[in-house]
Design a protein around this ligand. Structure first.
Ligand code: AMP
Length: 431
């Protein structure tokens, strides 16, 4: 029979191995801890939603909805989509679960996988992971400033390198339509120099012209009118108040008058955080205010603001934490007879909060020790005929290369085992 060919992961989807997932966990734990100090609790929303949710929330003209969603028909014909982001789901849950009525001013944090059929490259995947927050029911500048303060505090806590907060205001329903028309008129006047995508954006969503990465378009748009100069009095005042509060709190930022968010529902405060060492995909996170979204999804007229951070990029932007994992112990039954005692001893050691692996007997001691070493084991517990007879195991310190005969009682309580192991790790090695 022909040897079956191995099945590989789908393009843009990847596996996260233990070392990397330990870092992700640390990043997620720190996020929930820091956000918790600001009153955010974790919400877990489904990975699949009705396609309509994203079509309505993100807008039909966004890249995500136009070409990046993993959508499929359920067996009963319902249109479903793997979530490309979580804000829409969190808003849906806020309405669906009655939170909007019970507790209109709600702070929620989330983490989990998102799916977008983008062109994969370093730092850009088709399944990626985000940590984010949403704050409902606040439309004041203090809410924006506090959210940004929390974001930057988190990035400092996890040690993200060379971060820069870029800040803009996108105006609101009063002033943005006026600006959009000014920008459209500017684009029309420069049609000949724009790329095909921009010509389409011109018709459907002119703000996205500012997002274009094509050098020709960028050169033209360098001269384009800016939202900053078209803000209505209320938006200008809100933006000024956010900046003043950030300055007062010592949160550094730069103004980014060309920053627009890809998603249609943002208004007023919009921001992105870029970090060093990430290459072309240097945004670790972004977000902004979306005051019309809850109402657009059938809820009350409640304001909202939030952000999302990319976990893959956070991991690249932060130094790996010092490996402070548990002490690893390998238990080596040197003959078949010792397996049962090895099992019991391992259970006792685990109850003492040590990470324990029991090897199968049958290989040479040298080979077993080499495996233990490769696993990063600090101690090897040897169980041969002598140890069984004495009722005490020998412990080899794999770093100090020293044996302690009879160091561990085979029938010790977890507390006694933990004490013996601590003494072994602390004391001078001998035989
Ligand atoms: P967005 O939801 O587009 O505002 O993205 C927020 C953050 O999620 C970005 O700043 C990235 O860090 C991360 N992100 C977005 N798309 C991807 C992707 N395809 N692969 C990896 N990370 C992503």
């Amino acid at each position: 029979m022909a040897k079956p060919t191995p099945i590989t992961a789908v393009k843009g989807f990847r596996d996260v191995l233990p070392e990397e997932s330990a870092r992700w966990r640390a990043l997620e734990d720190a996020a929930l801890r820091v956000f918790g100090r600001y009153g955010y609790g974790e919400i877990r929303v489904p990975v699949v939603e009705r396609t309509e949710l994203f079509a309505r929330s993100l807008g039909e003209t966004t890249d995500i909805v136009e070409k990046e969603m993993y959508s499929f028909a359920d067996r009963d014909g319902t249109g479903l989509t793997l979530r490309p982001e979580a804000t829409a789901s969190v808003v849906r849950a806020y309405l669906d679960t009655g939170l909007a009525n019970r507790d209109p001013q709600t702070r929620l944090a989330y983490r989990g996988p998102m799916f977008r059929r983008e062109r994969p490259q370093k730092g850009r995947y088709r399944q990626f992971h985000q940590i984010g927050v949403e704050l409902f029911g606040r439309d004041d500048a203090l809410a924006d400033a506090e959210l940004l303060m929390m974001l930057m505090e988190y990035l400092a806590v996890v040690g993200a390198r060379d971060t820069r907060l870029e800040l803009n205001s996108l105006g609101d329903a009063t002033c943005r339509p006026v600006y959009r028309e000014r920008l459209r008129a500017f684009g029309e006047a420069h049609r000949a120099a724009l790329c095909g995508d921009c010509l389409r954006r011109l018709e459907r969503n002119p703000l996205r012209l500012l997002d274009c990465k094509v050098p020709g378009c960028r050169a033209v748009l360098a001269e384009a009118p800016l939202m900053r100069d078209s803000l209505c009095a209320a938006c200008a005042e809100h933006f000024a108040a956010v900046r003043a509060l950030l300055r007062a709190a010592g949160v550094a930022f730069t103004e980014a008058p060309r920053l627009v968010r890809g998603l249609d529902y943002y208004c007023r405060t919009a921001f992105e955080v870029v970090a060093g060492g990430l290459g072309a995909q240097n945004a670790v996170g972004g977000g902004g205010r979306y005051d019309g979204l809850v109402a657009a999804l059938g809820g009350p007229d409640v304001a909202g603001i939030g952000f999302a951070l990319g976990v893959e990029r956070l991991a690249m932007a932060t130094a790996p934490a010092a490996a402070a994992g548990p002490t690893v112990v390998t238990v080596l039954p040197l003959e078949e007879r010792a397996v049962e005692a090895a099992f019991r001893l391992a259970a006792g050691l685990r109850a003492a909060d040590l990470a324990v692996v029991v090897e199968a007997p049958g290989r040479s001691l040298k080979a077993l020790l080499r495996t233990a070493d490769r696993r990063g084991a600090r101690l090897a517990v040897l169980l041969g005929a002598d140890e069984l007879a004495a009722g005490r195991a020998t412990v080899r310190d794999l770093v100090a290369h020293a044996d302690r005969k009879g160091a561990l009682p085979l029938d010790g309580t977890p507390a006694a085992l933990a004490a013996s192991v601590r003494a072994l790790l602390a004391g001078p090695a001998g035989t």
